[in-house]
Design a protein around this ligand. Structure first.
Ligand code: SAM
Ligand code: SF4
Length: 323
C-alpha cells in the first residue's frame, strides 16, 4: 500500500478526466470555462495504466470527476475501464447532473457503483443563479432516476453560501426527511480565484455541526473507504447529512485520498503546489514505471494543507482538480 511519512494509507483515488465544464458555478467558474491550455486530457489508455498502477498500490475506490466528467465522449469507456481494473471495487462519479436523467442507466450498466450530484439549491431560480443553467427540474428527475437505478449510494453535494443559499439549510434537511440520500454540505473553500467571494460567503461547517447536534442528529462512525465527510443520522429522517469541513482541525489526519488531474499530474493534496507530472509514465505499454514513481512521490506528502492560513497552493479553482 502507499503509506506517507505521517503513516496515512491511501485507498481512494480522485481521477479528473477533463477540466472542461458547461456550468458557471459562482464559487468555481463564475465566468464559465475558459481554456488556458490545449485540451490534451489523459487518453483512455493512459487512464487504464493509471488505474492499474494505483490498484497495484492498494487503491480500491476511484472517483471520476472533472470539470464535468460526463462531457467526455468516452465517459462510459472510462467507467468500464475503472470497473474492470483488478483491485478496484468501487467506481464513483461526481457530476453536476446535467445529463443524469438521460444517461444514468447506461452509466450503471457500464459499472458505476455510486454517484454524487452537485445541487446547491432546491429553488429553481436560485439554482439558475448559482449555476448559470436552467436545469433544476431535469437534475431532480435525474436524482430520482439514480435512486431507482440500483446504485449502492446516491449523494448530493451542496456548498452553502451566505449571499445565496444559506437560508435553505432547513429546506435541505426537510428534503432528506423522505429521500434516502446523503446530503453533504461542503464548506466553501478559498482558491486563488475566489478570495473576495470566499470572504463574503463562507459559512462555518462547525456552526452547522452544532446546529445538527442540537436538533437531535448524531454523528456516525466513518467507514474505511469513506470520503472526507462527517456523517449524521436522525431517527425521523430517511436520508443523512454529511459535513465536509476542510478547515476543521482534524480534516487532514484522516486523509485517505490522492488526486490525478486531467493532464496527468499527481496532486498529493487538493491545495498543494503545481502537482507532479507523471504523464510520461502513464503513456507506456505497461504500468511498472508509474508504479515505481508513485511509491517515490508519496514520501513527499505533507501532514496538512495550509488553507487555514489562507495558503491555497496552486489551485485557481476546483474544476482544475475535481474537488
Ligand atoms: N462538475 C462536477 C460537479 O460539480 O459535481 C465535478 C467537479 S466539481 C469541482 C466537484 C465538487 O467541488 C462539487 O460538488 C462542487 O460543488 C465542489 N466545489 C467546487 N468549488 C468549490 C469551492 N471553492 N469550495 C467548495 N466546494 C467546491
Ligand atoms: Fe462545473 Fe462542477 Fe465547477 Fe460547477 S462546481 S462550475 S459544475 S466543475
Amino acid at each position: 500500500m502507499l503509506v506517507d511519512p505521517s503513516g496515512r494509507k491511501f485507498s481512494y483515488l480522485r481521477l479528473s478526466i477533463t477540466d472542461v465544464c458547461n456550468f458557471k458555478c459562482v464559487y468555481c467558474l463564475p465566468d464559465g470555462y475558459e481554456s488556458t491550455s490545449e485540451r490534451d486530457f489523459l487518453s483512455l489508455k493512459e487512464i487504464e495504466n493509471t488505474l492499474k498502477a494505483f490498484a497495484y498500490h492498494g487503491i480500491e475506490k476511484v472517483r471520476i470527476t472533472g470539470g464535468e466528467p460526463t462531457l467526455r465522449k468516452d465517459f462510459i469507456d472510462v467507467v468500464r475501464a475503472a470497473k474492470s481494473t483488478k483491485g478496484i471495487s468501487k467506481v464513483a462519479l461526481t457530476t453536476n447532473g446535467f445529463s443524469l436523467e438521460k444517461n444514468i442507466h447506461s452509466w450503471v450498466a457500464a459499472g458505476l457503483d455510486s454517484i454524487n450530484i452537485s445541487i446547491d439549491s432546491l429553488d429553481p431560480r436560485m439554482f439558475n443563479t448559482i449555476t448559470g443553467h436552467d436545469k433544476f427540474q431535469s437534475v431532480m428527475r435525474g436524482v430520482d432516476a439514480a435512486l431507482d437505478s440500483g446504485l449502492d449510494s446516491v449523494k448530493i453535494n451542496s456548498v452553502l453560501m451566505k449571499q445565496y443559499n444559506e437560508a435553505e439549510f432547513d429546506y435541505f434537511l426537510n428534503f432528506v426527511k423522505k429521500k434516502p440520500v446523503s446530503l453533504r454540505f461542503i464548506e466553501l473553500m478559498q482558491t486563488q480565484d475566489n478570495l473576495s467571494f470566499y470572504n463574503k460567503n463562507h459559512v462555518s461547517g462547525q456552526l452547522l455541526k452544532t446546529r445538527l447536534l442540537n436538533e437531535g442528529w448524531s454523528e456516525l462512525k466513518r467507514s474505511r473507504l469513506a470520503g472526507p465527510a462527517q456523517e449524521f443520522a436522525h431517527p425521523d429522517y430517511q436520508g443523512r447529512i454529511g459535513l465536509i469541513m476542510p478547515y476543521s482541525k482534524d480534516f487532514c489526519s484522516t486523509c485517505n485520498r490522492l488526486r490525478i488531474e486531467s493532464r496527468g499530474r499527481l496532486h498529493l493534496c487538493l491545495f498543494s503546489e503545481n502537482g507532479i507530472s507523471l504523464r510520461e509514465y502513464m503513456n507506456k505499454d505497461t504500468p511498472e514505471e508509474l508504479i515505481e514513481e508513485l511509491a517515490r512521490y508519496i514520501k513527499n506528502k505533507k501532514p496538512t494543507h495550509l488553507l487555514h492560513h489562507g495558503l491555497t497552493g496552486a489551485t485557481t479553482n476546483l474544476s482544475m482538480l475535481g474537488g
